[in-house]
Write a protein that binds this ligand. Sequence first.
Ligand code: 13P
Length: 256
Amino acid sequence: MRTYIVGNWKLNFTVGEASIYLHKIMKSLPNYRDIQVIVAPPMMALQPLSLQVDRHKVKLCAQNAFYRDYGAFTGETSFSQLRGAVDYCLVGHSERRYIFHEDDKVIAKKVAAAIRNKITPILCIGETESERAFGETADVIRDQLASGLSEVSDDDVSKVIIAYEPVWAISSVKSAKLATPDEVAEVIKLIKTSLGDIYGAKVVDEIPVLFGGSVGPSNAGGYLTVPGVDGLLAGGASLILSEFVDIINVAKRVRS
Ligand code: 13P
């Protein structure tokens, strides 16, 4: 399986800045065939960047979209409108869950809408600090996974990417801590087991599972050698050219 390195730019960069930054990323990157580099710019930048991007090197990802294709939904952008512009879309990122109150039902509909529109959903799951402290991590992970995939058929489940992002390890969270590779390994194993329970063991190896949470050049290698981790989802580090490129080069070194 290819290794996925995803940069979530969140609410950063103007359209002009995003365009210059994408240009620099493409210039700095060799064409690593076994590493899939993906960036998730803000919505406004997706259309112009889709005309600029060299898809052999970098693929575009939306950070969010709405599950209905059209209608009276002021302020929303649909997966059908993004079709052709992006190949991926984050769904259920913890910032969507906790700041914008997206619940599991909405997230399940978004995963289904992405697949319907030929966009690969990157379903983000992860426990909060207090859920971990109360020993609820396994339940939270199983629930978010099962409900997030509840509208996906057996035939389509291999079109989904899962990203495990413990909320307490995300750099913008005040009390953020680094997850240890052992902590990551335990949850990745649980994700694989849960996928196997729902869809059967055969499909498990076809679904990439990424890790995210304060990923940077210095810890990328450690996370990428955790069994079952197929790539990384970086936030802060993906905004700094040298760090993002270093993460990609670490991935090339560790995974080749
Ligand atoms: P950081 O890498 O800044 O912790 O962000 C992680 C994240 O939320 C990526 O989606």
